[in-house]
Ligand binder design. Sequence first.
Ligand SMILES: Cc1cc2nc3c(=O)[nH]c(=O)nc-3n(C[C@H](O)[C@H](O)[C@H](O)COP(=O)(O)OP(=O)(O)OC[C@H]3O[C@@H](n4cnc5c(N)ncnc54)[C@H](O)[C@@H]3O)c2cc1C
Length: 462
Amino acid sequence: MQIDADVCVVGGGPAGSAAAIRLCRLGYKVCVIERQASKRPAAAEAFPDTIIPLLDDLGILSSLEQLGFLHCRKTRLSWGILSYERPTSSLLVDRGLFDPLLLEAARKAGAAVLAPARCRKANYSGGLWTVAADGNDIAVRVKARFLVGATGRRGGQARLRPKTAALCGRWRGAVPSDRPEMRIAASLNSWLWGAPLADGTYAVTCFVDTDRCAALDRVTRRQFYRELIADASVDELLVHAELVDDIKVRDATCRCAADPVTNRSIKIGDAAFAMDPLSSQGVRAALIGGIQASIVANTILTGGDTGAAMTFYRQAQQNAATRHLRTAGEIYASQLDFPTSFWRERSIDFASHGAPRRVVPEPNAPVRLTPAARLQELPAIEGTIIRDKWSLSCPNLDRPVAWFAGIEIAPLLAQIRPGSTPLSLFSDWSRAAPVEVVHALLHWLGSEGILISDGACTEKFS
Ligand SMILES: Cc1cc2nc3c(=O)[nH]c(=O)nc-3n(C[C@H](O)[C@H](O)[C@H](O)COP(=O)(O)OP(=O)(O)OC[C@H]3O[C@@H](n4cnc5c(N)ncnc54)[C@H](O)[C@@H]3O)c2cc1C
């Protein structure tokens, strides 16, 4: 069987499905190849609630609500000798239900979905990709102009942090709490995450150095997993509970692709950059990557600025990786009580990466841009295309910024003159932008240390 498409997406996880939905909306003929069938094993994950607007945009929020997930408002942490509670705003979701729902949304958006079908290889010649896949007893060939690689975390990627394995188990009969809460607990050479799921089971995932579970069989893996839970002192939750199924091992190593984009293909989600699960940001980042990829592909396929599109995406991936490695490294470093290589090798030095102290300027104080800020033409998203836009860049920021709440900021910043104050800028900028946006922009520029009091000394950047 042969399918002709504009774009072939290999992998129908969150990243691939998000890319497919957005590409279909842009009018492209899309084919998604997904290895797994729609019935999948349960796998618990937590999404920050900042994912909600993305789920809404992709059109699956109401179906996810019907399918069932839990809102979690509290996390109990045993972080070394410190035990404390932290307010949380997360969704506890079963990926075994979530991923098929998102893939179905891609199908409804118009994508041809081949599942279960395993992609074997993809060759490019004469301006077209030929992607070979094996479906249920049938070989499929997809011809496409652009290829999206969304196949998830892969061993062949460059490793950014020590090899980490996750041992995942689900329990029935865990001690219930009145409200859903997550548990995070550190021990000498591992950490674990526990959370209830909407089906009444309780998931516990333990993270260890991969070498420690490489040689285990089904029985010894189960023993090792139970020992890790006992070490982290959360076994009181599970005194009367029973494991629902075998312990699954997942690779949880932080990895990245050597180069995530060419002028005819792009890697997205974990295939581009796989985060440390400690952040609980992987799925949100995968959805954002899928959406960005649709804009990169659209720019290239419509004959736009291919160089700008590729630079934009490389930069976006690199910024995400830098930000993530810093945050995850700081979290590992904050656990001070277990001085083992497990924690040391995943930590970064807080002091050398801490944010500089910033003073938000007074409303009537004369202000200027920090000397480190630059306005430069850099690739940025404009609607469904990437092109060079005047953008603000500064070492304080994770990435260059061209837009703030839909408003181009370069023309506003160009109005800053000697003697400008936050109040005078508020009045000037309000002629070109809604007052609430101007208010938020001024606050953001101040709190990021970009708009500084005239006369303030130059900041030291890490
Ligand atoms: C133990 C663990 C816990 C995690 N916990 C969280 C969490 O709590 N919150 C969070 O946000 N993130 C979490 N993450 C990260 C999150 O799972 C990933 O970031 C996310 O799944 C990335 O989505 P993706 O679409 O890029 O890749 P994947 O979800 O891996 O999807 C890739 C898809 O490609 C398919 N595929 C692969 N090869 C082929 C092929 N040859 N042919 C056809 N199809 C193929 C696969 O079947 C799969 O469906 C966790 C990760 C791990 C390992």
